[in-house]
Design a protein around this ligand. Structure first.
Ligand code: ADP
Ligand code: MG
Length: 471
């Protein structure tokens, strides 16, 4: 184990101690004793920290603060560490300007930098961290579960499934786990979407490299698979994942999945794999409440503020954020895209954002019932009604001309109004192949070009779908 693996735990330890002391009105003790110690490194079960003087070290121990550190650290890591104090003055970002020491020991500073420059995991987006995730009633359980996995992989909860609709933070959370573990020095972390997993498996069959494929996954320490609903109808990939699951599970390796719906609602997944997914902890992510939506917009604004002219950023006040948060109730992705749209507009036009601009630029997003409300089911129902056929026909195999046409229109609309991939749509339309979906969409697209009446009719159906409210 090399130096620096436990730095995140150290930071968390210090921050929790700070909060506890603050709650007990003992903030000055924190400022006096904890703010000037620095993490140097760790090896096995020893953590080395720097403290500025012998006097401070003695006081620190006699006040029982070192036991406090040990306990907190053990609580967070599940492991007992002893603290090795070295006497050194280290520049500390938390000390105030006037308290800074002039001498900065070179060696120590270098070690700190080494840690900061740890490379990102190649398959993970390093913006997806716990820090950048805003919590609210809708997602705090999921957040806490993810955080505890990152602190105690394969011990806290295993396996874990996060499920919920589009844009609610599933990918963000599962990658935050990966990023955190990677930063702590864990090796063999695999993050993959179920779609890429499937493609990799299929090409391994073609290239006769299945053994390599199996080895890669069976030797993972942490396996993170995103969007497992994609596996619907992929029998042989499911079979493969089932075996990978079993061997990792038995070897006590951490497994995390995400899915866009509860497992029970998956179609065409073998029962035995379903039962594996359902084992362990299943946590849902819900759309954010108003206050959380505001907090998310504020956080997002904070993260883009350096890329925008000051006058643009300053013009986005609470009022503007409130308008967006009131009108967008579905998910975080929609919230983010509103912010991107108005800041992009203001930046290009070189003018500050006003309420008028917001209403004007976001009219479509505000008035459109939001994506999250439109289900394939609604689309199938409305289209079936319009064509006077049954929903089982639309999902069925009949080749009758009017039914095929209605089915193609429904697929075309579904592809435009939802974020489902053509493969997923195929499953929703009675297990059709994705090429059938692609062909249908292309066909209707062409038909529309040559037939304005059809274009008009489809627009009418889309409006009905958007207005459709479940009773
Ligand atoms: P999903 O995988 O559930 O479809 P994502 O994780 O891709 O959703 O989230 C969509 C976008 O919203 C991403 O940019 C993500 O960073 C952001 N996001 C989602 N939830 C939160 C949250 N609670 N706090 C901050 N950003 C979030
Ligand atoms: Mg996702």
């Amino acid at each position: 184990m090399s130096n620096g693996n436990y730095i995140d735990f150290w930071k968390e330890t210090i921050s929790q101690i700070k909060n506890t002391l603050k709650e007990e009105n003992r903030s000055s003790e924190y400022d006096m004793w904890f703010s000037s110690i620095s993490y140097i490194g760790d090896k096995d079960t020893t953590i080395t920290v720097a403290i500025p003087s012998v006097f401070m070290k003695e006081q620190f121990s006699s006040r029982g603060y070192d036991t406090m550190l040990e306990k907190k650290m053990e609580e967070l890591t599940g492991k007992h560490f002893t603290f090795d104090f070295i006497i050194k003055k280290v520049e500390n970002t938390e000390t105030h300007e006037d308290e800074k020491e002039e001498t900065k020991p070179q060696a120590v500073v270098e070690k700190k930098l080494e840690k900061v420059e740890l490379k990102n995991h190649p398959d993970l987006n390093n913006d997806y961290t716990f820090d950048s995730f805003v919590t609210g009633d809708n997602n705090s359980f999921a957040y806490n579960a993810a955080l505890s996995i990152s602190k105690n992989p394969a011990k806290a909860y295993n396996p874990v499934l996060f499920y919920g609709g589009v844009g609610l933070g599933k990918t963000h959370l599962i990658q935050a786990i990966g990023n955190s573990l990677h930063q702590q020095g864990y090796k063999k972390i695999i993050y993959i979407t179920a779609e890429t997993f499937t493609n990799e498996f299929i090409s391994s069959l073609g290239e006769k490299t299945t053994q390599k494929f199996k080895n890669k996954y069976r030797t993972a320490d942490i396996l993170l698979i995103d969007d497992i609903h994609f596996l619907q109808n992929k029998t042989s990939t499911q079979e493969e994942l089932f075996h990978i699951f079993n061997s990792l599970y038995e070897a006590n390796k951490q497994i995390v999945f995400t899915c866009d719906r509860p497992i029970a609602e998956l179609k065409d997944i073998t029962e035995r794999l379903k039962s594996r997914f359902e084992r362990g902890l299943n946590v849902d992510l819900l759309p954010p409440q108003f206050e959380t939506r505001i907090a998310i917009l504020e956080k997002k604004l904070e993260s883009i503020k350096y890329q925008m002219p000051n006058n643009v950023i300053e013009s986005i006040d609470k009022k503007i954020l409130t308008i967006i948060a009131q009108n967008i109730e579905t998910n975080v992705r929609d919230l983010e895209s509103c912010l991107t749209k108005i800041t992009g507009y203001a930046d290009l036009m070189g003018k500050p954002i006003t309420e008028e601009i917001v209403y004007d630029q976001l009219r479509d997003k505000f008035s459109a019932p939001q994506q999250g409300n439109i289900t394939i089911d609604t689309i199938q129902r409305v289209v079936s009604e319009e064509f006077n056929i049954s929903t089982s026909d639309i999902k069925g195999k009949t080749r009758k001309k009017n039914i095929v046409f209605a089915r193609q229109i429904a697929m075309y609309i579904a592809q435009n109004l939802t974020e489902y991939s053509t493969t997923e749509l195929g499953v929703e339309f009675g297990n059709k192949d994705h090429t059938t979906v692609m062909h249908s969409c292309k066909k209707i697209e062409n038909d529309i070009k040559n037939d304005s009446k059809l274009d008009y009719k489809i627009q009418g159906i889309v409006k009905l779908i958007k207005d459709y409210k479940r009773l």
